[in-house]
Design a protein around this ligand. Structure first.
Ligand code: THU
Length: 137
């Protein structure tokens, strides 16, 4: 684990402890290294009206934007169990808004299994992103 991955892991571990997940019991932390050099973290926030809950990745992206970061350089997700917890389909697209295909995505389970080191492009191939909307009218 390099120094940045270690810092992302620590931030995700810390923020995961604040997850509001009373319905699923599945606590997730996500941490982003942003283009401003800072690390931004977020946890999942469930709701009694189930469909309006927030994933940890969405919270981390909101923290990044609020803090002044604009682009994702690396992201780590951490959830229950031994298996690496990968971003859900919706969050892959949320990440895509602020990251290109080459951005590393590191996925871990808290119980200490092997991490998955992948990229956004592997998780979301042939994706649609903001540049598709940049063509002149
Ligand atoms: N969850 C995340 O926060 N991120 C993911 O990428 C996978 C799922 C949350 C949503 C819900 O609060 C709980 O995990 C169970 O699905």
């Amino acid at each position: 684990m390099d120094e940045i991955e270690n810092a992302l892991f620590k931030a995700a571990t810390r923020v995961r402890a604040h997850a509001h997940a009373p319905y699923s019991g599945f606590q997730v932390g996500a941490a982003i290294l942003a283009d401003d050099g800072n690390i931004y973290a977020g946890c999942n926030v469930e709701n009694a009206a189930y469909p309006i809950g927030n994933c940890a990745e969405a919270s981390a992206i909101a923290a990044m934007l609020a803090g002044g970061g604009r682009k994702i350089r690396r992201i780590l997700t951490l959830g229950n169990g031994r298996e690496p917890v990968t971003p859900c389909g919706g969050c892959r697209q949320r990440i895509r808004e602020f990251a290109d295909a080459s951005v590393p995505v590191i996925c871990r389970g808290v119980e200490g299994g092997e991490a998955l080191h992948t990229t956004l492009g592997e998780l979301l191939p042939h994706s649609f992103g903001p540049e598709f909307l940049e063509s002149e009218i």
